[in-house]
Design a protein around this ligand. Structure first.
Ligand SMILES: O=C(O)C(=O)C[C@]1(C(=O)O)C=C[C@@H](O)C=C1
Length: 173
């Protein structure tokens, strides 16, 4: 049943010029569910500052090579990491309160991080493709809202993931 749900979610598309970028952001949030499953019931903390610093340093370098603003790009990825932690904390709370909903298998964090690295590459490509659309201002904020609200619906996001998506998109424009 889980597999069917995630396949359907991947097929859904957020609307507008920021839709493809937002689809990737939602995919990354869903990987946050897997990260949570890999850490729940272990002594691995949700926060891994060393991994975060390593990700952000790589993103700054790669942003520059892509012609993106390194600081703005790092801020976007910091928001993705914060959003992942919103998801992870929410799921930890849910699974602690309702142990019957907790995952029964523990995915491997190393493999999940490889998935996150692939998403970083895809996100950087979309940031380049949407660089003009993301010019700060009202038009960008409307495009961002369109993408965000349509993603809520087409991806059937629950309250936790809707909140995390807001966090993930907060400095897009
Ligand atoms: O790799 C992890 O351990 C994660 O929890 C994922 C992630 C991220 O979103 O990139 C989020 C929180 C951690 O502080 C580090 C990285």
């Amino acid at each position: 049943a889980e597999e069917t749900t995630s396949t359907a979610a991947t097929a859904a598309h957020a609307f507008g010029p920021l839709g493809p970028l937002t689809d990737l952001v939602v995919q990354r949030l869903r990987v946050g569910d897997e990260v949570a499953a890999s850490k729940f019931g272990t002594d691995k903390p949700i926060d891994d500052p060393a991994r975060e610093q390593q990700e952000l340093a790589a993103v700054r370098t790669r942003a520059f090579a892509h012609g993106l603003d390194p600081e703005r790009t790092a801020e976007f990825f910091q928001d993705q990491i914060t959003a992942s932690k919103v998801v992870q904390r929410g799921l930890f709370a849910r699974w602690t309160a309702h142990p019957e909903e907790a995952p029964t298998t523990r995915p491997d964090l190393t493999e999940i991080r490889a998935e996150l690295d692939e998403l970083t590459t895809a996100l950087l490509t979309e940031l380049v493709a949407t660089n003009d659309v993301r010019e700060p201002g009202t038009a960008c904020r409307i495009d961002a809202l369109e993408a965000q609200i349509s993603a809520d619906v087409v991806d059937h996001l629950d309250e936790l993931h809707r909140g995390a998506l807001r966090t993930a998109l907060q400095s897009l424009c």
